[in-house]
Design a protein around this ligand. Structure first.
Ligand code: GDP
Ligand code: MG
Length: 295
């Protein structure tokens, strides 16, 4: 057209993703974006340049050119979107250790509970309220031997542990080889890498109600020796010892957050999921909708 006009701008394509989503490159190796805050927006790919209109071709000899150029195509790229939940506590343990039972008793989450392995097929989140504070526990489906190589269900969910401040490791006290069971999970975490074994581990011997006192004391001592840190004793079924576990978790979460805050203030470019406020992390979890019980 003769007048000096601009073509209409193309519409942006907006993808809404849950908080905790990472955008990976084509080979699923490099993190392009790490979306850890609610409401964050980033431009992943730019649209194409619009091209020149006739105004551009105006010259002293041609005052009304009819020429214009097409726009150029926008950027293209293959990416992977990977969701890593952001919870404060990652609940791990062999199948049947009593993880879902604990989550159900301390939060309003309603995970499936049964005495066969892999009852829990998806990560379950629960908000725990204790002593006027709250935190989020993620019940991760049973890790089994070989999970880090992809056997069973485990390794798909290990990524979620990466974002947790603390690991709560439950051991079934009715099992003969409690130390062996503990090692199995530790080996999985270690093989997976990504700093999982450097995270603070709260270790709890569960199902204390179902084991004679002496036997329990022996198993606890053995476990303590192997783990080289304290072992709490509890029963998710009766609730005995659960409060002490929650108190220990709360302390550990606070310490981990404090450490993250220090790290992020000295290295501002680092993204620290755990320094997020709890309110934010709860909001995002509702969006994810992994069976979180809402108040
Ligand atoms: P998960 O696989 O680790 O999630 O384990 P579940 O919570 O599904 O529990 C496995 C089985 O152990 C179920 O039959 C539970 O009722 C039982 N259980 C869980 N916690 C306790 C406990 O503290 N004491 C006893 N006696 N049984 C428990
Ligand atoms: Mg379970």
């Amino acid at each position: 057209m003769g007048a000096n006009r601009t073509g209409a701008a193309g519409k942006s394509i907006v993808l809404r993703v849950p908080v905790g989503t990472q955008i990976m490159d084509e080979n699923n190796e490099i993190v392009l974006l790490d979306l850890v805050k609610a409401g964050e927006t980033h431009v992943l790919l730019k649209g194409g340049d619009g091209g020149f209109g006739n105004e551009h071709y105006k010259s002293s000899t041609n005052r009304a050119p009819t020429k214009a150029t097409q726009g150029w195509p926008g950027e293209e790229r293959w990416v992977w979107l990977r969701l890593k939940l952001i919870a404060d506590v990652g609940l791990v343990g062999l199948p049947n250790a009593g993880k879902s039972t604990l989550l159900a008793s301390v939060s309003r989450a309603k995970p499936k509970i049964a005495d066969y392995p892999f009852t829990t097929l998806k990560p379950q989140l629960g908000v725990v309220q204790r002593h006027g504070e709250e935190f989020v526990i993620a019940d991760l489906p049973g890790l089994i031997e070989g999970a880090s190589e992809g056997a069973g269900l485990g390794h798909r969910f290990l990524g979620h542990v990466e974002r947790c401040a603390v690991i709560l490791h439950l051991i079934d006290a009715t099992e003969e080889d409690v130390v062996g069971n503990w090692r199995t999970i530790r080996t999985e975490l270690d093989t997976y890498g990504h700093g999982l074994t450097e995270k603070l581990e709260i270790l709890a011997l569960n199902k204390a109600d179902a084991v004679p006192k002496e036997e329990l004391a022996k198993k606890r001592a053995k476990l303590k020796r192997a783990a080289k840190h304290d072992v709490l004793v509890m029963s998710g079924a009766t609730g005995d010892g659960v409060d002490a576990v929650l108190t220990a978790l709360l302390q550990a979460i606070k310490a981990a957050r404090e450490a993250e805050r220090e790290k992020s203030s000295s290295a501002p470019s680092r993204v620290c999921a755990m320094s997020e406020s709890l309110a934010t992390s709860r909001r995002l979890i509702i969006k994810i909708g992994f069976g979180l019980a809402r108040r």
